[in-house]
Design a protein around this ligand. Structure first.
Ligand code: GBH
Length: 489
């Protein structure tokens, strides 16, 4: 029997959490309503419409600002125990700074939280899922060393208002995508494309910002209300292209460049950035004529301050690749963090292609990913805070159904081996604004009709299948929904 195969009868533990996830800019709409300030995605879609595949915006998106009761109804239909959503920083603090709190923004999230609690659905709040207030970006955003103070001030407002009822917080969603895609390349706002520079400045600042927000929660709010505070990383499964030592080492280097540069400071035994990456960037920087390394190390005091600042490891997992130095081509800019490690990636032709160009279905990838994390950090509690499949739309989403079944079988393999996996959140509750892909790629368990002013949500086959998995706590490969009428059980 190979890993990831369906084995009848395996159950998820009783305390295993099933949920779904969304993010503020991707669903809320109401981009300038009731005092909300402008953020970097508002600014990007309005000033640079060509950057978005279908020239769309998140101005209305799923209109969850007005339709949150329907969203909660869908959560009840699915039978999830938990809902992971993010807060819009500029809806709460319109200028980005904590001098003025927008009461309407607080009210919106209070309403959502209370509606969830009414039906025993645990809210889990992400403080930052990529929608930085525009004014803060004009001041340098995540490249300004003061960003940690701004983030801590924002976090205090959030904890003050919500930690009496919300017991789980995630500071930042995917620091790699904030730093590498936003500042080191140009695939997320603010499209800075300062290759080999921006991602490293950001990596340092974001670790300190996260740690500040964690310490604040841990010192002030946890003693009063209980609860937990963590950090979420995007981790793809990576395997060596061949059995050679070079290819195995390539997996380590790619790991360091893609996610460990963000997670090692928090989860590794000694703290700080990965050693090999620090050395490579220092060496390359010198050879390129830089008077100092492009990756600035932490002080010993900073390392100690950041280490240990997460109650769990949140992982967003989608895709996978095979790594080898032999695959490296000079397609990357110099300097750039890919050039720093000189590792290339490929995928197998056998892996199913999703609607998103970057997304292929690697067999047993959840298990491989859990092992990568466990090998690096031991038995840290893990939540899969996002996992899901992209299509071009349609209600009969067989590929998404297959993806969820394989992913959850793969999660069961990890549980069988004693990996401390505590929960799973499907991405996403419904179709939403998929960043630069606009509305062209769909990740929803529910389909959203964007032509309809009501933004009607319709359950896909995958919604019925996920509901059945949650209810039975098992993956039944033969389950077929009896009808297409969704009910609340
Ligand atoms: C998640 O990130 C996000 O948290 C979520 O907001 C998003 O909707 C979801 O993915 C689906 O995309 O450089 O253009 O090739 C997943 C992380 C996203 C990281 C894609 C790599 C490559 C984009 N991955 N990204 S591109």
């Amino acid at each position: 029997l190979t890993c990831g195969e369906v084995r009848q009868g395996r159950k998820f533990p009783d305390d295993f959490v099933f949920g779904v996830a969304t993010a503020s800019y991707q669903i809320e709409g109401a981009w300038d309503e009731d005092g909300k300030g402008e953020n970097i995605w508002d600014y990007l879609v309005h000033t640079n419409p060509d950057a978005i595949a279908d020239r769309s915006t998140g101005d209305v998106a799923c209109d969850s600002y007005h339709k949150y009761k329907r969203d909660v109804e869908m959560l009840r239909e699915l039978g999830v125990g938990s809902y992971r959503f993010s807060l819009s920083w500029s809806r709460i603090l319109p200028s980005g700074f904590a001098n003025h709190v927008n009461e309407a923004g607080i009210q919106y999230y209070n309403n959502l939280i209370d509606e969830l609690l009414k039906y025993n659905i645990d809210p889990i709040i992400t403080l930052y899922h990529w929608d930085l207030p525009q004014k803060l970006q004009e001041l340098g955003g995540w490249l300004n060393p003061l960003v940690g103070d701004w983030f801590e001030d924002y976090a205090r407002v959030v904890y003050e208002h919500f930690s009496d009822r919300v017991k789980s917080f995630i500071t930042i969603n995917e620091p790699a995508q904030v730093c590498y895609e936003g500042y080191g390349t140009d695939t997320k706002a603010p499209l800075l494309n300062a290759t080999g520079i921006g991602e490293y400045i950001c990596a340092r600042n974001i670790a300190l910002a996260h740690a500040k927000a964690y310490h604040l929660y841990n010192n002030v709010y946890k003693p009063k209300y209980g609860g937990e505070c963590g950090y979420t990383f995007a981790v793809d499964s990576t395997a060596p292209l061949t059995d050679s030592e070079e290819d195995k080492y390539a997996v380590e280097l790619l790991t360091q460049q893609q996610w460990a540069i963000y997670s090692d400071p928090v989860f590794s035994k000694d703290g700080g950035f990965p050693k090999e990456l620090l050395e490579l960037v220092a060496k390359k920087s010198a050879a390129q004529g830089f008077p100092r390394s492009r990756l600035i190390d932490f002080t010993e005091e900073e390392k100690a301050y950041i280490r240990g600042t997460s109650d769990f490891f949140g992982v967003n997992h989608y895709s996978g690749s095979l790594a080898s130095p032999s695959l490296y081509t000079s397609q990357y800019a110099v300097p750039s963090s890919m050039d720093d490690i000189e590792v290339g990636q490929t995928v197998s032709d056998d892996w199913l292609q999703a609607a998103s160009s970057w997304f292929q279905k690697m067999p047993n990838s959840v298990y491989i990913t859990m092992k990568l994390i466990q090998n690096r950090y031991g038995d840290v509690p893990i939540y899969i805070t996002e996992n899901g499949w992209s299509s071009y739309g349609g209600i009969d989403d067989e590929d998404r159904v297959d993806y969820y079944r394989s992913a959850l079988e793969s999660a069961l393999d990890a549980l069988d081996e004693g990996i401390n996996l505590k929960g799973y959140y499907a991405w996403s509750l419904m179709d939403n604004f998929e960043w630069l892909a606009g509305y062209t790629e769909r990740f929803g368990l529910y389909q959203v009709d964007y032509d309809d002013p009501e933004r009607t949500r319709t359950p896909r086959k995958s919604a019925f299948v996920y509901k059945h998995i949650i209810k039975t706590r098992m993956v039944d490969p033969d389950y077929e929904p009896e009808s297409n009428v969704m009910t609340i059980d």
